[in-house]
Write a protein that binds this ligand. Sequence first.
Ligand SMILES: [Mg+2]
Ligand SMILES: [Zn+2]
Length: 495
Amino acid sequence: MRMMSGLMALVLAAPAVAAPLATPMQNDSYWQDGRAALAQRLAAVNRPKRAKNVILMIGDGMGIATITAARIWDGQNPGPGLPRRSGEENSLAFEKLPHVALVKTYNSNAQVPDSAGTASSMNTGVKTRIGVINFGQDQLAEACKTPNLLPRTIAEMAKAQGLGVGIVTTTRITHATPAAVYGHVPNRNWEGADKAYASADRAAGCPDLAAQLVDFAPGGGLDLALGGGRARFLPLAKGGLRDDGVDLVAKWQARFPKGHYVSDASGFRVLKADAPGPVLGLFNDDHLTFETDRDTAKEPSLSELAAFAVKRMQKASPKGYYLMIEGGRIDHGHHASNPYRALSEAQQFSRAVATVLANVDLNETLVLVTADHSHVMTIAGYPERGNDILGYIKNAAAGESRGSTSKEGWALDDRGQPMTTLSYANGPFVTPGLSRLLPPTDKNYLADKLHGTDSETHGGEDVALFADGPRADLVSGVMEQNVIFHIIAEAFGWR
Ligand SMILES: [Mg+2]
Ligand SMILES: [Zn+2]
């Protein structure tokens, strides 16, 4: 009797389980999508605490306004054969990840940061100055002479543990974000031994970034490096930019006799993910071509590169790997104040994330998706649902006071001019090869801005960090950007 009543008390005290959840909205798409989102979060609660692999994906310049605009763009421009949707309800691939944090991006000496300082913070665990790659915040150029005192990077630590390291980017592979995986320089522009950056950077004593990539690191070098920037690796005599006569591609091939060097899409597409030896792919002398302008026969897409990279790292690094994948040219679209290219690059980045998520086991691979910093693009006005995200604002039916409206429904400013949803705080009014005298939905249109500058600038507000996999639960709240390093170290079990 006593035992019975104890059991009954336990039953009464237990929280209600499986009580009916009833509503007339069962067939509403918002309700159904909400239930699916809940199921995904429940699945993420019980991940293991140790990651075998970590993949850090960086959309360069992909601030929160860019994410919102790109999600609408992607819904309205889903690709051949797919119906145009309104867009606002769409989700980019990484927006479905269950853990999110806000990230404070400032550099140690700059309120609004650049890609060098921000990538350094993610790769070393400490912030540094704007324009500097993997130096401590107080270390100046002479620190090149004492490399043992420079911050250690995730890639260096991973190699010391016998893990693989890979890099994929759409920029020059010596550009700031990828360079922060393998290099240390007091000036991010010291990419190759070219005339443009001569005396001071040479005298400082740090090799140029292309040379550092080829010489990286204890434990066998980079397992995979795919991107652009070939001219920084080749001497002037071979059509490159190097004035020191060194052919770094030949040097890399001599260091890695079993390695695979490829320089175009056809060479890349016949590479086998399970063939032994490291891979170096340099598909353009400069940055890779914007996705919307890319010749598919000449250059692979970021999605293709990411798909190969994941399969390659899985085969080449059975103990685990660190892989950084960058959508590097969202930033370049914005610097031109050209939303079409910024958003189409963000769409391609999202597709690369989808490819990665489809090819990894989230119970052994931590996937982090973030931006290094924001841009000064805003989404404004009261456009109606489904209004072209690049277009002029067609006002929603009723709502707040919003100034005058043309008889066709276009929102007008105080000079009677139509306004676009997207605009910038600053940026160029004319860029060579691009014209502003075009409809706003044209891919070459430069959006309106407040201040004319030769290049649109970065934005200083927080960016988002999305995560799933082991220790993704540590991605929460408002974080300093260098905490990303510490979460990666914890996921790998480095104490
Ligand atoms: Mg970058
Ligand atoms: Zn930038």
